[in-house]
Design a binder for this molecule. Structure first.
Ligand SMILES: O=C(O)CCC(=O)C(=O)O
Length: 414
């Protein structure tokens, strides 16, 4: 990887901008191609030759010369899903014969957020990624709410299922009065809408015509809730709506990842962490996660190339330290992990299709953002004409080829 100085973005940021916002601005800028040598890349880590205490130490060096220390731990229990998870099931040449492993990232080394970020590079097999893409799109509909539900009377089976059935020209009517401030699907500003976190103003909604079609609306789908319903306006869970089960592949995959992680390596100095229940902030109860971690809520984010997700923390869960498991599918992206304030400079991380990331412990209170989806990065096995895909894959591949990235992230509310 090249060792270039950072040249992207505007050169002179306003003086009052936080370190996090500055970094977001840099990655979002379209003035120059993004300099990926500045993003933490699991393929570009120099590992020690000997393992110490069950961990291999690694150093990643940024194109700017900054370094990041990390640790690699073996995952011995990933066979649970019949070979659907695990780097050793990955077809790419570099991965053949490798043990399954996770990387503990010590992001934000100047802050107390020293534990809890775990990265699983290319952990989802190629065929499993296709299955997950299918599941996310097919479940973006009742009983799960989507970003479009407040604005349109959607086909009962959801937009994707209508599209799949060849009903792309079917009319979809706009609701007369939308009640929430969920992302308004304006033609004019999909990226901007997405960028205001998930609850921008609805000012553009009246400009849209009264009806549109299934085909036109599909690229405007921004998110779907899965499991317990989270209201993006009130920022509270709506338990009275009941608890739809998580889609089965999402559930088993995220549960397996969180349970297969040898957490003692991520929390070596917190061996008796849960001895003090009054600790503030709450200490991670990682000893229980292996046996008891149960994801029950989540969101599926559907990004198009120009979309981004601005910096935020996810703190609505009662259990605000247990794993939040995040899966990446489709185009690659740059994800920023920061600290408990936006003044902590974030670490940019390159996320490829098939990667998983867990935020846990103190890391659950870290600001994070997705400033950039990377053009031209869709792997061949996700293209419409992928040789080994099922015959029905074509439509899914076409959706991804238009620039999509899908992120699944789930957590345990209680
Ligand atoms: O798209 C991603 O990878 C991150 C999504 C995220 O942070 C969120 O949905 O809260």
């Amino acid at each position: 990887m090249g060792r270039k100085k950072c040249v992207q973005g505007n050169s002179t940021p306003p003086t009052n901008i936080s370190a996090f916002r500055d970094e977001e601005r840099r990655w979002k800028s379209r003035l120059a191609a993004p300099d990926l040598s500045l993003a933490f890349d699991a393929d570009n880590i120099a590992w020690d030759s000997l393992m110490t205490a069950g961990r291999l130490r690694g150093i990643w060096t940024s194109g700017s010369g900054a370094t990041e220390e990390c640790w690699r731990v073996d995952l011995d229990e990933l066979a649970e899903l019949g070979g659907l998870l695990g780097q050793s099931r990955w077809k790419g040449k570099q991965r053949q014969g490798e043990n399954d492993y996770a990387i503990i990232i010590r992001a934000c080394t100047n802050s107390s957020l020293r534990a809890g970020f775990v990265f699983f590079p290319r952990v989802l097999s190629e065929s499993f990624q296709r299955d997950l893409v299918g599941e996310t799109l097919c479940h973006a509909g009742q009983p799960n709410l989507t970003s479009l539900d407040n604005h349109y009377t959607l086909p009962p089976g959801g937009l994707w299922n209508a599209w799949k059935e060849g009903r792309g020209d079917e009319l979809v009517w706009r609701k007369r009065s939308a009640t929430s401030t969920d992302a308004a699907p304006s033609d004019a500003a999909p990226a901007a809408a997405r960028d205001q976190e998930r609850a921008p103003s609805e000012s553009c909604i009246d400009k849209d015509p009264a009806a549109t079609t299934v085909g036109d609306l599909l690229p405007k789908l921004r998110w779907a809730n899965v499991g317990w319903h989270y209201n993006w306006t009130t920022k509270l869970y709506e338990f009275e709506r009941g608890q739809p089960p998580l889609p089965p592949l999402i559930y088993s995959c995220c549960r397996t990842l969180a349970r297969s992680m040898p957490w003692q390596h991520a929390y070596p100095d917190l061996r008796h962490a849960c001895d003090d229940p009054a600790a503030s902030p709450p200490r991670p109860d990682w000893q229980r996660w292996k046996e008891a971690y149960e994801p029950d809520a989540g969101i599926v984010n559907f990004y198009q190339l120009k979309d981004s997700l601005t910096s935020h923390v996810d703190l609505a869960e009662v259990d605000a330290v247990s794993p939040l498991v995040s899966l990446s599918l489709g185009h690659s992206s740059v994800f920023l992990i920061g600290g408990t304030t936006r003044d902590v400079p974030p670490l940019p991380v390159l996320l490829r299709s098939g990667d998983a990331l867990i935020m846990s412990g103190a890391g659950r209170r870290a600001y994070h953002a997705l400033p950039r989806v990377l053009e031209g990065t869709l792997p061949d096995y996700l293209r419409a004409d992928a040789a080994e895909a099922d015959p029905e894959w074509g439509l899914y591949g076409e959706y991804l080829e238009r620039g999509a990235r899908i992120n699944v992230n789930v957590r345990s509310v209680f």
